[in-house]
Ligand binder design. Structure first.
Ligand code: ZN
Length: 183
């Protein structure tokens, strides 16, 4: 059998009783009980994983949870798939009814992508021009949120918000960054 251990409470069970997260190069498994209480941000999530808990303390919850566990898992996956946005919105978006919506800076974001691709402006110039840091600009140019994706704990899924950057433009920008050796 394919056994897995929960990284938070050490509970051992079949692999399909766990939710898998990819954090950088690590794969983290959480049991359904621990997964129920995951915090909103990735930073808090890391902290949460580090604070261990004795799985015996969770036994009572596990028993009552058992019958609904499969349903819960489906619910979880749905929640991610729905693209609920959990952290601070990137430039160009605001949060409206718990969803991302383009704001008045969306056009500026589009201009940044266009200018980076079509001119030979340096990242330093581009960041100054937009009152941002170079790191900020780099992050912006790589942010797949603009394509309509959402990311949580390094898991990516299709969101339900409006993309503000065209797929082709995004792709060309990634290629140009690669050619210029921008990481
Ligand atoms: Zn657990």
């Amino acid at each position: 059998m394919n056994k897995t251990i929960c990284q938070k409470c050490n509970f051992e069970g079949d692999k399909d009783e766990f939710i898998e997260y990819k954090i950088k190069s690590d794969t983290i498994f959480l049991c359904l009980i621990c997964n129920k209480h995951i915090p909103d941000s990735e930073k808090e999530f890391q902290k949460y994983i580090q604070e261990k808990i004795d799985s015996k303390l969770l036994d009572t919850f596990r028993k009552s949870n058992n019958s609904i566990s499969k349903l819960t898992k489906k619910g979880m996956i749905k929640k991610f798939a729905k693209g609920k946005h959990l952290s601070k919105p990137p430039k160009g978006y605001k949060i409206e009814n718990k969803k991302l919506a383009p704001n008045q800076e969306a056009e500026q974001v589009q201009r940044i992508f266009q200018e980076f691709l079509k001119t030979s402006i340096s990242l330093t110039q581009l960041s100054k021009k937009n009152s941002m840091t170079t790191t900020g600009i780099k992050k912006l140019l790589k942010n797949k949120t603009y394509l309509g994706f959402v990311k949580f704990a390094n898991q990516e899924s299709q969101g339900n918000h409006q993309p503000i950057i065209d797929k082709q433009l995004f792709k060309q920008v990634q290629e140009k960054m690669q050619i210029l050796g921008i990481k």
